[in-house]
Design a protein around this ligand. Sequence first.
Ligand code: CO
Ligand code: ZN
Length: 330
Amino acid sequence: MNELIKKLVEAYGPSGFEDGMRDLIRPEIEKYVDEISVDAMGNLIALKKGDGSGLKVMIAAHMDEIGVMVSHITKEGFLRFTNIGGVYPHTLMGGRVQFANGLIGVVHCDRLEDRGKVHPLEKYFIDVGATSREDCPVSVGDAAGFVRPFLAQGSRLTAKSMDDRIGCVVAIEALKKLKKTPHDVYFVFSVQEEVGTRGAQASANGLSPDVGIALDVTGVGDVPEARPMDISLGKGAAIKVKDTGMIAHVGLVRLMKKRAEEAGIPYQLEVLEGGSTDARSIQIANAGSAAGCISIPCRYVHSPSEMVDAGDVEASINLLVEILANPIEL
Ligand code: CO
Ligand code: ZN
């Protein structure tokens, strides 16, 4: 599975620029689904048909990643940029970003008046080796993602964009393992989550599922001076109860816990005090749905080195399979 993770986390795909991601994921799932389509926004939607006795279920994992977009080019050829999604300035210094055509830029900052202070995004710039605006190979409006190689060290897996490529991996691996299901399951590899769960909103409006489950990362409370939170790396899949955008359907949370316990899958209960997922959009699309989320615990979310545990990834895959292979009684 590390091969698939490496392929997806190292790929380019800031919000709104997910074409390459879609091309990578499609061949991974094609032979395990009955129908596959792409909607107007670019969501990749794959249907695995049920036996007619179950519900309409939407699973969402977002293909996009945070990144930057060129807003202005100085006459010396340096790029000023704006954020795509939640980019924190203190994660940028000395980092590298990559554009769609493979061109790499180094990120640096204007002269620091105060080295103890985090400077706002407008003080940062990208150097792609240009010497003037005229010879700059990048245009205003071009988007870049961060660059960082995938690292597997023991059970800890680290990369940029574990958020949410690891959710995509959970969806793909669950599809491979799911032999039969009573439900019509729509696996949506969504776009533009990082700028406000926009892709999932459109696809949930189109599909009107009975049940919606997002697969995404969650924060943890197990690093120095973290905000107290009962989630640790390596202690299992996280079943979301609440985040800033939603309260998960209580019946679905109950069912997730039951399935985990029956199958002996390690799990933790998640109350996330900062952030939300595609599940929020699915919950309130059209007349609403029973929505929840299986979260993969992740350290250093929205930094170029996001870390997950392989055991938690495995637990998340197994939990999703147990839910989909059995009746969903809410
Ligand atoms: Co995110
Ligand atoms: Zn995410």
